[in-house]
Structure formats: C-alpha cells, structure tokens
Design a protein. Structure first.
Length: 125
C-alpha cells in the first residue's frame, strides 16, 4: 500500500500533471509526469491512478485494475535502482485507456510489462 505522503489526492495536482506534464503511452496505459522540484529530489513522486467509467461502468472492474496497478508500482519502487530513477519525477499519473472488451490485455502480467516499460521510458526522456 502506498503511504499517504506518496498519494496524489487533490484534483488540482491531477490537472497540473495533465496540463504541464509530459505524456507517454502504451497500448492500454498513459503516464503523465512532471519533473521533480529541487526541494523534493530526495523523495518518491506523488502518484495517482485513474480508470474512467468509459473503461467499465462497474466500479468493481475499475477498482480491480487500480489495485493491480498500485501493486505493480509498489513492487517496482521497492527496487533501489528503480526508486532512484523515480525520484526524478514530481507528479505521476497512471491512467487506463480503452474498454474492458478483452480480459487478457488487463491481466496482471500484461499490465506489469506495460507499466514497467513506461516507467523505464520516463527515465530516458
């Protein structure tokens, strides 16, 4: 579970990441991120996860995807070298695009490979 100090909780911060941040995408995920400020270089980024109703009308399905993404991110940041890369990011919003038409593309392993690929690409930009 992400600590409260790591969660992106306010609408204004989500909008800031969308409007001022850079964007990377894969087949099913979109990452919006901003570079970290100088006074916050020692900490991990604020992270938010969004899954719209367009994905699925059922909250159960949307929450399942968010739980999977949170767990993948939590395990990713546990690696010390990857955590050092994440400290260069100020705000990070991970959003899901598409619909729940094909269950296989929303499996844990599929989401994991896509999210890790995007997070590695963030570091190279």
């Amino acid at each position: 579970m992400l600590s409260k100090s790591e969660r992106l909780k306010y609408r204004g911060l989500f909008l800031q990441a969308y409007e001022k941040g850079k964007k990377l995408s894969s087949a099913n995920l979109i990452i919006n991120y901003t570079p970290t400020r100088k006074d916050h270089e020692h900490r991990l980024p604020y992270v938010g996860f969004t899954v719209t109703k367009k994905f699925s009308k059922k909250a159960v399905s949307r929450n399942l995807i968010k739980r999977r993404l949170r767990e993948i991110y939590r395990l990713y940041r546990m690696d010390t070298t990857k955590a050092q890369r994440l400290k260069r990011i100020g705000l990070l919003v991970i959003a899901v695009r598409g619909t729940l038409s094909d269950e296989n593309k929303w499996s844990y392993t599929s989401l994991k490979t896509q999210l890790e690929d995007l997070l590695n690409r963030v570091d190279s930009n």
